[in-house]
Design a binder for this molecule. Structure first.
Ligand code: S3P
Length: 184
């Protein structure tokens, strides 16, 4: 039987974590440093439907968004060499968790609640999941979500790091894993 496993050096890298932790900013910098393409799943879905995520939720419903999110992530995970930022709710779907963990290197960007809560005003307008919730409810969601993000290959606590430092650390750790587990 043909060996369908993707060699470690060619595996795509997936960034997970709560909304607004920096998956897109840090992920795109990592992509640049590794000379790879960067794909932001939310941006791809927005392009496809021709409207922002907030409108997709409003006009087509969250279920439609989640359906397309799963389809797209599955396609991307089956390709090689991508750097992918997935929405903070993507890992709620078991199939997404499984395919990401099986086919890719999954990096959890871990920002504390204390640091995260200062960002809320910057992101709330574009994040339907945060709207119409009290700060206490958002905090509860934040901690609930940490349980699904616990499923990852590698984690980086970003509270004390500049974007450039975080990206450099991630690139170093990916290269170390390549050298250790897929030496050439
Ligand atoms: C969501 C996170 C968003 C986006 C959508 C739903 C969530 O992505 O996919 O608004 O449920 O956490 P970011 O994590 O990139 O903000």
């Amino acid at each position: 039987m043909q060996n369908r496993e993707i060699p470690l050096r060619e595996k795509s890298v997936v960034f997970i974590g709560f909304m607004g932790v920096g998956k897109t900013t840090i992920g795109s910098l990592v992509a640049k440093k590794l000379y790879r393409d960067f794909v932001d799943v939310d941006v791809e879905i927005e392009k496809e439907y021709g409207m922002p995520v907030t409108e997709i939720f409003k006009q087509l419903g969250e279920n439609e968004f989640r359906r397309r999110e799963k389809e797209l992530i599955t396609k991307l995970c089956n390709q090689r060499l991508n750097i992918i930022s997935v929405g903070g709710g993507a890992f709620l779907q078991k199939e997404i968790r499984e395919i990401c963990l099986e086919k890719c290197i999954v990096f959890f960007l871990d920002l504390s609640w204390e640091s995260w809560k200062d960002r809320i005003d910057l992101i709330i307008d574009s994040r339907p999941v945060l709207q119409n919730r009290t700060i206490e409810e958002i905090e509860e969601l934040f901690y609930q979500r940490q349980e699904i993000y616990a499923l990852h290959h590698s984690r980086l606590a970003t509270d004390e790091l500049e974007i450039e430092e975080a990206a450099a650390y991630i690139v170093d750790s990916i290269k170390l894993a390549w050298d250790l587990y897929d030496p050439r």
